[in-house]
Design a protein. Structure first.
Length: 440
């Protein structure tokens, strides 16, 4: 199978519903489209044949019931049909006026035809010999051709069946010898077809005409045809003129409308430029507003960084255990160098030796190494400072909560191994203060 494509006059693909709703189907194209996929092909609604040599299965109860219907249902259906027919006959008898039936004898009228053969007029059932069903009975009383359209009476099929003894003398029911399986391609078939195209009355009228009358009628018909052809040509010429004039008028209207489109296009272009400029201004205003908010937030963060963050970081760094541990050795060496330089002033060597003997944990080589330790102090990396540097992506509020891994010592702490005890250890590693040296 394939997808059927239906296109309208504008070559647009439409559905079957739209196609059925069109007022006219002129220039509508129905073509084969792309082939259907295997899973979209409609399934055949037939029963698969039995294989060769297979036996026919027995009928099911439902099939038996279909082949042998219930006699009660058949009797009831027949009664209903007879009742409907009886009501139809009664209604026809009520509508038709009463008339006296006259017995007429069917006469066999022999009339000559164009072929010269004799045809016996009788009622013939054409249901099996003609290509179309028999038309309803038309009773035409004898009158002139001018009064034919005013006097004919058409009777229904029901009245035809009700009056079987009606006269059939005026009925034109030709006795066709043609069959449904024959082609009109032989002499006899063509002759019979031409012979039965006209009624016997028309054949009689044409047969009574003389050659002069026939030629006169032919010339008259030819003249009428020529006049009609001239009228048709004039009408065609007038239609072409009207069409061309209307086409020119429409073309002029289109050209005038098109000429006015240039100014309209310019106006719309200017309006579009104004709208684009306004849109850009709105975008810039939004970006400016966002940048202003971000700038204000950055200014607040900068002020908080200067006023709060830097002092907090410096205070935490100075009070941190790791920083004080880093300062312990250089400061101790500095105090030792200064203390050793101060005890030599105004004292003898014996007094200096006595003081050195009484002092515990004194590094005599301190004055030689304190400068090296002092320089190493500035190059040493403090973990707290590195921790703050690694948190550069955090906001200011979170940066203020960054603390050293080892909390600051508390002087009130007395627990062994606490940060307060670690601070006391650092103080003990420092040299004695100036007033302690003077007291000694």
């Amino acid at each position: 199978g394939r997808y059927n494509h239906i296109k309208d006059q504008d070559k647009n693909v439409i559905s079957i519903d739209t196609f059925l709703k069109l007022h006219a189907w002129i220039e509508t194209v129905i073509s084969k489209g792309d082939p259907l996929l295997e899973d979209q092909c409609p399934k055949p609604q037939v029963t698969a044949p039995l294989p060769i040599g297979a036996s026919i299965s027995a009928l099911t109860p439902l099939q038996k019931n279909l082949e042998k219907p219930n006699p009660k249902i058949a009797v009831a259906r027949e009664k209903r049909i007879n009742r409907v027919l009886r009501e139809q006959r009664l209604s026809v008898q009520v509508l038709e006026p009463p008339r006296v039936r006259k017995k007429r004898r069917v006469q066999k009228n022999i009339e000559p035809t164009q072929s010269g053969s004799e045809v016996e007029k009788e009622v013939v059932d054409l249901s099996g010999n003609t290509r179309v069903s028999s038309p309803p009975v038309i009773d035409v009383p004898p009158s002139s051709c001018q009064e034919h359209h005013d006097t004919h009476k058409i009777h229904s099929q029901s009245s035809h069946h009700g009056s079987e003894d009606e006269s059939v003398g005026n009925r034109y029911v030709p006795n066709w010898r043609l069959r449904n399986d024959l082609r009109v391609c032989t002499f006899h078939a063509c002759k019979e077809l031409v012979s039965h195209l006209a009624t016997p009355a028309e054949d009689e009228f044409l047969g009574a005409l003389s050659n002069v009358k026939v030629i006169s009628c032919a010339y008259q018909t030819l003249g009428q045809s020529v006049v009609a052809q001239g009228e048709i040509l004039k009408r065609h010429e007038q239609l072409n003129h009207d069409y061309n004039e209307g086409f020119n008028n429409k073309l002029s209207l289109i050209e005038s409308a098109h000429s006015g489109c240039a100014s309209r296009k310019k106006e719309l272009t200017d309006v579009m430029k104004d709208l684009e400029r306004e849109r850009d201004e709105w975008v810039l205003e939004g970006e400016k507003r966002a940048l202003s908010v971000e700038l204000a937030r950055s200014e607040v963060d900068r002020q908080k960084l200067v006023h709060e963050f830097i002092p907090v970081v410096v205070r935490r760094l100075h009070t941190s255990v790791e920083y004080r541990q880093a300062l312990a050795v250089p400061v101790s060496l500095c105090y030792t160098a200064g203390w050793l330089g101060g005890i030599s002033l105004g004292r003898s060597e014996e007094e200096i030796a006595g003081l050195l003997a009484e002092t515990k944990d004194l590094d005599i080589e301190g004055p030689k190494s304190w400068e090296t330790k002092y320089r190493e102090l500035f190059a040493k990396q403090v973990p707290y400072v590195q921790k703050v540097a690694d948190s550069y992506l955090l906001p200011t509020a979170d940066l203020l909560r960054v603390s050293p891994d080892i909390p600051a010592p508390r002087l009130t702490a007395e627990v062994t191994g606490s940060t307060g005890e670690q601070a006391n250890d650092i103080d003990r590693r420092l040299p004695p203060s100036h007033h302690e040296i003077v007291s000694m």
